[in-house]
Write a protein that binds this ligand. Sequence first.
Ligand code: PMP
Length: 468
Amino acid sequence: MIFRDHCTTVQGCCKLDDFDFFANNNTRVGSDEAERKSNMSTSTKLPLILSERSHQTRDLAISFLMQQGVENPQCLSLAAGLVDPQTLPVQDALQAASQVLSTEESGRSALQYGTTQGSLGLRSELLNHFASLEGVEAKDLGIDKHQLIATTGSQQLLSLVSEVLFDPGDICLVAGPTYFVFAGNLTGVGARSVTIPVDDYGMQPEALNAALEQIDSMQELHRVKMIYVVSYYDNPSGVCVATERRQQIVEIAQKWSRDHRILVLEDAAYRELQYDGEVHPSLWSFDKSRDHVIYTQTFSKTFSPGIRVGFGVLPEDLVTPICDRKGNEDFGSSNFNQHLIAETLKSGRYTQHLQNVREGYRQKRDSMLAAAKKYFEDLPGVSWISPHGGLYVWMSLPEEIATGFDSPLFKEAVANKVMYVPGELCYAGPVENRPKHQMRLSYGVLTPEKITEAMKRLAVSVKNVMAN
Ligand code: PMP
């Protein structure tokens, strides 16, 4: 109760309409969830009283999309953000597991509990791996293994950061559109999101600066904790942040850090899924102080999401709070799986596998872009972003064509057996303020031929809606 009162007060004095108060209750899927939770307590059983935080936790809209896919087996899904099953490295994982279990000693060490921060062997490999991505020797990174933490996917780091950094009412600046699961993490801890527009070069620094100016003028700067950036081939927009903007975003965070540090959370989940284009340095590399940027990456997209290993590089004074929180949650990520990834990195099989994965996705990306050109180019007001990496194409339709679950287009697409993620799910902030005419199209799962067919079906659906 105190929490709600507190938020109402803060909302009352803020005029920024992007602030995200209980936005989960506004989404269709979120409302269903709220209804389900309240129905649960009207049965003959005594009511179950869930925490405030539980009520704020967003149901993942993607579950709804998955369900649609299952109910319509003929449906071609451009919605699923899964990796291509053909890329999953069964033989590499088998070899790594055999190696880890090859002696009693190494086997036992992997099958025992590990440490909260992660296995030393993995963290040494990660340090070298990260250094090679940064183009320097590990000793020149300006950090040590102590600042590296192994997590259960990078999602765990996103969640831990939200929990450790944000009190209800604190503010995070995010791109519009942004990674919707992290938007849910923010809502779940009662944080407010302020949406910063993006263009083909990523989050716009001028808009970021202007938002901070406005927040400052409302005496709210002390509530700003973080700027969240998916820096490479964003989920959902596919955009890669331009090099000069990377530097500018870090400088803006530093400039507005007056009484406390405003951090940047660099989510580099797709960094290694680059198919062509310029190689960009990380935002992290522009933070010479090593104090302002939290960096996170994952092996989910490049190796196996089932192994669930990701990592974070943390400012020194964030290590203990994050590890303490993680310790309370899980005592450490799967020790065995960390050994698998360490062994895969050490053996060189990761690098080999990555080359094949990139080549496969590059072809799929090309199929989607070719199909977009073929089937959508002549449709008035339709545009899309051509990504140089990652798994997604972001498509915009004329503003009057809504793409949401309740829209004629979504129904038409389901009838034509094709599925996409409605763009409005990929924004933070109140539903009514979100653009309604965009779609996230994923080329991760389908074969190139099926991608082409799915795009054809989608174009037919759009044309049918345009004709009515
Ligand atoms: N960040 C982004 C931008 C993502 O798209 C994802 C996965 N969809 C994650 C983080 C989390 O991935 P994982 O937990 O599998 O590492």
